[in-house]
Ligand binder design. Sequence first.
Ligand SMILES: Nc1ncnc2c1ncn2[C@@H]1O[C@H](COP(=O)(O)OP(=O)(O)OP(=O)(O)O)[C@@H](O)[C@H]1O
Ligand SMILES: [Mg+2]
Length: 543
Amino acid sequence: MSEPNFPSPEELQKKLSDFMKTQFGNHVSVSTQVSAAPEEAGGPGSAVGTGDEVFEFRHLPRDIKAHLDRYVIRQDDAKRVLAIAVCDHYNNVNYMRKLEREDEKKARETEYTKQNVILLGPTGVGKTYLVKHIAELVGVPFVKADATKFSETGYVGGDVEDLVRELVQGANGDVEMAQYGIIYIDEVDKIASSASTMGRDVSGRGVQTALLKLMEETEVPLRAPNDIQGQLQAAMEFQRTGGKPKRQTINTRHVLFLVSGAFEKIRGVIERRVRQGTIGFAAPPDGQQGGEMLEHVTTADFVEYGLEPEFIGRLPVRVVCRELSVEDLFEILQRSEGSIVRQYERAFRAYGIEVFFEEAGLKRIAELAAVEKTGARGLLTVCERLLRSFKYELPGSGANRFTVDVGLIEDPEKRLAELLEQGQRALAEELAAVAREFAQRLASRHNLKVELTQGAIAKLVERAVAENIHMRDLCAEVFKDYEFGLKLAEGTTEPLILTEEAVGNPDRYLSEWLVKRYRADRRTGEEQMASKSVDLCGDSPAR
Ligand SMILES: Nc1ncnc2c1ncn2[C@@H]1O[C@H](COP(=O)(O)OP(=O)(O)OP(=O)(O)O)[C@@H](O)[C@H]1O
Ligand SMILES: [Mg+2]
């Protein structure tokens, strides 16, 4: 067999560059990065592509629920339904992979209807949070996207197939692993088609149709058609491996799809159906509201809302997440392992500040968050508003602990002012101690007594704070000539009292003190001399 007549990578790059230039001018450039194909990166013996070592699902629904309970408060129904759907899905994956190894034909013929899931519920109540933690536990790659970012053609917005390729990235290039990933698409209520007046039209119907294929089973090319660099790499690999066929697509048969949306206005649809006496699969009794009403949603309601029957039909598992009450919000703060309380504690600790949240304070935060009507997201909104200025003002202020209690929540500004004042005092005390220590050292080096007056200390503290420098450096700077000057006065018993004036004009203060010392010493010397001569005079007659 003759080798295909293929250009070298350099020729190929040049050709492509020329082509791009003629098409787009100098705005586009082509660069090549020759990297090992993912399959090769693992090397021989790596688990990639060989089957069983890659991924084995071994969880029970109750294990999954228990794991979710650590992070997600309430939403028990949602946890259960999701846990079952995920277990079913991955147990089937296990089964199919085994079958594929043992009897490929039978594997191809075996049917399985995927249990893709639709999650409904208001904003911020844990939909995304649930899915994220499930993917983490199961250990499969997980991709999340908003339905609104896609467009039908993939031209203006993203291409839905990019999601599948992102799974490969999420699996560090492991295509086999990517095929068992979870794709989570948020805001599907926004792709309801324009036939309905409910949803916003983003050529929603087209996006729904594009998703249909993925949700069922399709082969997605590993490289997007518009990914020039990827195509180039593929071509080079082709040449390097002598044109050996290599897996270039990802199959979506085992990818689990979860979609979610707030579906705010679907309640109106359900209510209307109920009012009109259309007995649905389970018509809700009168007087039900909010989340409870959502639980009675039927396929017909989704279709009326603007979802295509084929689309909603491929989402057989329905999960409703409930609104969170004040108590739930309190519990999220208190008990969830992902609580923002931990986040705030960490953030303040990074500045050496300990923050304590009192139970009553947490209750009050939960109450305020409930008013926001954004679910658990409201907690962060409230805490941010409350503690923003604490995060800005306290670091470096000398304050090293505070408590979030009802008092702080009622009047955060007052508390902040108190903390800053306390902090200032503590800081001043610390700085004063450093200044005294400096004086002490100066004294012991020159065998003298050196003292700082209160006025001098206050002045030094004021400068250290204003100029934002370390007290030790400030003292060294202010008294830099004292090291030499005091050599002239070593051993003097008279203490050197450093006053506010000494800080203001240290050199003059020192020289005046030295002159004074010198005169005093001379006087003493003269007196001594004089007394000695008196002694001598007195003595002489006796001699
Ligand atoms: N039930 C809950 N238990 C614990 N934390 C929660 C819960 N619900 C939400 N949170 C917290 O709030 C954040 C936002 O929640 P999440 O992203 O799951 O909202 P969502 O339901 O997906 O809302 P949206 O419809 O706006 O996307 C989470 O990251 C989590 O910290
Ligand atoms: Mg979400």
